[in-house]
Design a binder for this molecule. Structure first.
Ligand code: ZN
Length: 497
């Protein structure tokens, strides 16, 4: 019994002590929570390859403890020290990280201040290049991005300017507002929801615009290549295709001079030219469009065979076969109402480098029509030719060659008649057509025939090789006018070059 009493006493004493201790601890804990303030985290910031945590000074702090919530949900101390910033490089793109910081005081600790961020790696710029329409910026895809922000700084500016925010699937941007011959610096950031990454590396370039509207034409001095001038350009380099994909720089045009004459091309072939602007030896724009043409030797005699009233495959096809075989070209003044039916013919004419010109839609005499009816006859045919060849029409021949002032005022192309009339449509005899041409042809002639009659195909099969053999270049009307230096005007009538 005595033993029992003693035991009870001990038990009682222990319980009381435990209770008191527990109460005291509770009290103390409550005290410290209420009195201690938390550390204020200034920023949790995405930098390149790490998250930077920085916090404000805490009065009385001896040091600070930084903890990070791990993937198992537990907090782990990743730093302890006096410095108030820390860079955590144990981070993965697109993951959210929680950080908390407390101050270690003389006899206690402060409460934690907590902040989080989603780490987004700095995106990588793949390239910054001059392009056809401006500066083309390309970057590598970031898996978790919901978009990208593109920034630009011009040479004279102090700050970067946000150019554009694009969606997650866009991986390039063309800065169309860049001004020629200025230096620009670009950088990008990725974003994911409300989070934003550090900036990519910066890339600079001197913007050299692309040359526009390159054209190549025959001229009495050689091949004249022209293009739209770019203001404040230092110069242009002109290139000719040598073979396949091989190009050769054939010369430069300095300053804003926007043409170059190639005197060294091989005549009688198709030639290709392209041009680019430069700033200096290191800074070039991209090449503009490639211009091509059939070259005509201005110092060698030439003739333009013309065929009216087609297309008509049984005849036109034979003429085209013969032209192709003799590496020659002709001009076909087609009747618009026939174009849909013989569209294959039109396409082949274009493919062989022949000129397809306008002989009205319904082959009615234009001199009897009103201004608006004339325009309608011409426009309908222009559109049909363009539909099948992709080329704009340059020339018109009025039916019968009949032209008056109303026609001249209404037609928005040069009007082409002829200097050698074979009368093939009337006699329909090949030998007469051939002898007529042989008797009258000279350098600069425009010969009139009609690709409706088999006799005309027969005549062509004789006269085409004959003319080639006799030193004539068989060219289109436009090529001949260019090579002879004749500048044709809309509504003016021409009979030869
Ligand atoms: Zn006709």
């Amino acid at each position: 019994m005595l033993k029992m009493k003693k035991l009870l006493k001990v038990f009682f004493a222990m319980t009381l002590t435990a209770f008191l201790l527990f109460s005291f601890e509770c009290l103390a804990a409550k005290d410290s929570l209420e009195s201690a303030q938390s550390v204020k985290i200034k920023a949790v910031q995405n930098l390149s390859g790490c998250v930077k945590i920085s916090w404000e000074k805490f009065d009385g702090a001896l040091s600070y403890e930084l903890e990070k919530k791990m993937s198992n949900g537990k907090w782990q101390k990743i730093y302890e020290g006096e410095t108030r910033t820390y860079k955590d490089s144990e981070v993965e793109d697109g993951k959210v990280y929680f950080y908390r910081v407390r101050a270690v005081l003389e006899n206690s600790v402060s409460a934690f201040g907590t902040k989080s961020t989603k780490f987004l790696k700095a995106p990588s710029l793949k390239s910054v290049k001059n392009s056809t329409n401006g500066v083309l910026i390309k970057w590598e895809k970031c898996q978790n991005a919901t978009g990208y922000k593109i920034y630009r700084k011009s040479e004279s500016a102090k700050k970067y300017k946000l150019l554009k925010t694009v969606g997650a699937n866009t991986l390039n941007f063309t800065d169309k507002k860049a001004t020629g011959f200025l230096k620009y610096t670009y950088k990008i950031k990725q974003q994911s929801a409300n989070y934003i990454s550090a900036t990519s590396e910066v890339v600079s370039l001197l913007y050299v615009p692309c040359v526009k509207n390159v054209t190549a034409k025959n001229s009495p001095n050689g091949i004249k290549i022209t293009w739209n001038s770019i203001s404040s350009s230092k110069g242009y380099s002109v290139w000719r295709k040598i073979s396949g994909e091989e190009w050769k720089k054939i010369g430069v045009s300095k300053g804003e001079k926007n043409y170059y004459i190639d005197k060294k091309c091989t005549y009688g072939k198709k030639a290709y030219y392209k041009v680019r602007a430069y700033y200096n030896a290191k800074n070039y724009g991209v090449f503009g469009n490639t211009a091509s043409l059939y070259t005509v030797n201005p110092n060698k005699k030439m003739v333009a065979l013309t065929y009216d009233d087609g297309p008509y495959t049984p005849v036109t096809g034979r003429i085209l076969d013969c032209l192709e075989k003799n590496k020659a070209r002709a001009t076909f003044f087609v009747v618009g109402s026939r174009v849909d039916t013989y569209s294959d013919c039109i396409k082949r004419e274009a493919k062989l480098g022949c000129e397809i010109a306008n002989h009205t839609y319904s082959h009615t005499s234009l001199t009897k029509l009103s201004k608006s009816d004339i325009k309608n006859e011409i426009e309908k045919t222009d559109n049909l030719i363009k539909k099948y060849t992709g080329n704009s029409v340059n020339l018109v021949r009025a039916p019968g060659g009949a032209v008056n002032q109303t026609v001249k005022d209404s037609v928005s192309h040069p009007l082409i008649n002829w200097s050698v009339d074979t009368l093939d449509w009337s006699h329909r005899t090949a030998s007469k057509t051939v002898s007529n041409i042989k008797a009258n042809v000279r350098d600069g002639s425009i010969v009139l025939m009609h690709d409706l009659y088999s006799a005309t195909a027969d005549a062509s099969e004789t006269i085409i090789p004959y003319l080639v053999k006799n030193g004539y270049q068989l060219v289109t009307v436009s090529e001949m006018m260019d090579a002879k230096g004749v500048t044709m005007k809309n509504g003016n009538l021409y009979r030869s070059a």
